[in-house]
Write a protein of this length. Structure first.
Length: 265
DNA sequence: AATATTGTTCAGCA
DNA sequence: GTGCTGAACAATAT
């Protein structure tokens, strides 16, 4: 479930396992998943280097291998990272693997192959080329910026929150969660949201991402009033006791409480 | 067995 | 040109 909080946790995991270790070999068994560059280029640029830091923009992950050299990973719907040593710990569906000199390996696992492997000389250029908007979990992202962004959008609030060119990092699960916490129906139209609603959504956007990251993006650690653990038709709303409903918005399953989430349309 | 699934891209349309 | 919507994509779990 890699949305922003998940990728943030992958970054922390990477930082605590894979920095400052010499890279002996890079294996890319799934060349089709490499985008815009050759897999050869990635291997050549990583071999013999050490990762010095990692960063994230929206759902994209960047690992710095040298000055102006970054491995880029996107996790699609099912991607993850695993650092391991023993053969019996080796995960299935490895699409890229970094073998370190200390005999540990970092595997990029992606069963459904909807992720992407890439490489860039400039993170800013990469973000621009991808047309990604402001990162949703950036302390410089303020209410005034959010207001400005909303003015340029049309359609439903949920589609807006999920649109990576407006705001990078929020996907289906967390868009639902933010709107659930803000008591706003996902199909509410942007032009109907007054400033009170905008403030509320923005506050919840921040608090939901914060709490999700504190919970290590794990469902079982999430606060009890989160929708996340109750995403099923007919479930009881953990906030007001209403019924959880499901509908399709922007081609994705949306879950919301029919009782306390108000529809503005 | 049929159905659902966390994301992005691209064609089609307003 | 613009920007939104919905289908397609791959492979698995239930």
């Amino acid at each position: 479930m890699p949305e922003l909080p998940d990728v943030e946790i992958f970054k922390q995991y990477f930082n605590s396992t894979s920095l400052h270790k010499k890279i002996e070999k890079v294996e890319i068994p799934q060349k089709e998943m490499v985008e815009d560059v050759s897999s050869r280029k990635i291997m050549i640029n990583l071999k013999g280097k050490k990762f010095s830091s990692a960063s994230r923009h929206g759902k994209y992950f960047f690992a710095k291998a040298a000055k102006d050299k970054y491995l880029v990973l996107h996790f699609g719907m099912t991607g993850s990272l695993k650092y391991y040593k023993l053969k019996k710990e080796k995960p299935e569906y490895i699409r890229l693997q970094i073998n370190f000199k200390n005999n540990y390996k970092l595997a990029y696992v992606c069963p459904r192959k909807l992720g992407k492997i890439s490489f860039t000389e400039s993170i800013d250029e990469f973000i621009k080329k991808k047309g990604l908007g402001q990162d949703s979990y950036d302390e410089n992202f303020k209410l005034a910026d959010f207001r400005k962004l909303l003015k340029n959008g049309r359609g439903s609030i949920k589609s807006f929150l999920m649109n990576q060119s407006h705001l990078a990092g929020i996907g289906n699960i967390y868009a639902d969660e933010i709107l659930f916490q803000a008591s706003v129906h996902p199909e509410s139209q942007l032009d109907m949201l007054d400033d009170e609603y905008i403030k509320r959504i923005f506050r919840k956007l921040n608090s939901v991402l914060n709490k999700a990251i504190k919970a290590k993006a794990k469902k079982k650690n999430m606060p009890g009033n989160f929708l996340l653990a109750h995403r099923a038709e007919g479930e009881e709303c953990p906030v007001c006791g209403g019924k959880i409903r499901k509908s399709t918005i922007s081609g994705r399953s949306s879950y919301f409480c029919e009782k306390h989430q108000i529809k503005l349309a």
